[in-house]
Write a protein that binds this ligand. Sequence first.
Ligand SMILES: Nc1ncnc2c1ncn2[C@@H]1O[C@H](COP(=O)(O)OP(=O)(O)O)[C@@H](O)[C@H]1O
Ligand SMILES: [Mg+2]
Length: 219
Amino acid sequence: MTVAISVTDLVFGYQKGNFTLSCPHLRLEQGKLSLITGANGSGKTTLAKLICGILRPSGGSVQIFGQATSELSLGEIGRQVGYLFQDPSRQLFAGTVWKEMTFVDHLLESEQGTSTKKAQDLLDRFGLGELKSRSIYFLSGGEKQRLALCTILMGEPRFLILDEPTVGLDKQNRVILYDILDDLLREGRGIAVITHENELIERFAGAPQIKVERGQVSL
Ligand SMILES: Nc1ncnc2c1ncn2[C@@H]1O[C@H](COP(=O)(O)OP(=O)(O)O)[C@@H](O)[C@H]1O
Ligand SMILES: [Mg+2]
């Protein structure tokens, strides 16, 4: 097995408040889906942000594909581990669907041809191909989420963390999401899904479950 994410003796506390997260040992396998479950406020999002470098541990270490994140910039981590926020509209800001998809490449002035094709292919694959000129303010919740996922996939991360991705989605959009997850797994990506919804947990029954309880992470 290839280990995608490895956490050892991690401790973290926010500057304000008295919440602390402790994760003595965690391994997430590449090419598989893992579930991170736990009640509201238990520390799931905090754990995800520590893995993808948005928060930095006060002690212990996080490794992604064998590299300590303490040695990596946020951008370097982001190229390997993509994080879909619980509220994907927080990740959208460029105006239209198409601008959102090409924003980073536009900044980097990279090869327009290849990135344009990649963006179009991703939008088509996620059923957003016809919405290129639509303002992000006129997208449904499910469309916003798929667009945020598409923008993350533009960077071709090997591993994805999705934070409570079913919240606010109707049945139809949930089913589309599950199929997308299957598809990403078939491509060989690793995925961690944060959730406390039984439907998702049952859909991916057999997936390794990491439990977070009042700041304690355990398998
Ligand atoms: N920026 C912050 N500063 C201080 N405390 C925070 C901050 N963000 C979250 N917390 C607290 O940390 C705890 C865990 O939050 P979180 O990781 O978001 O839980 P979950 O995602 O499992 O609902 C909660 O008690 C929350 O209030
Ligand atoms: Mg959360």
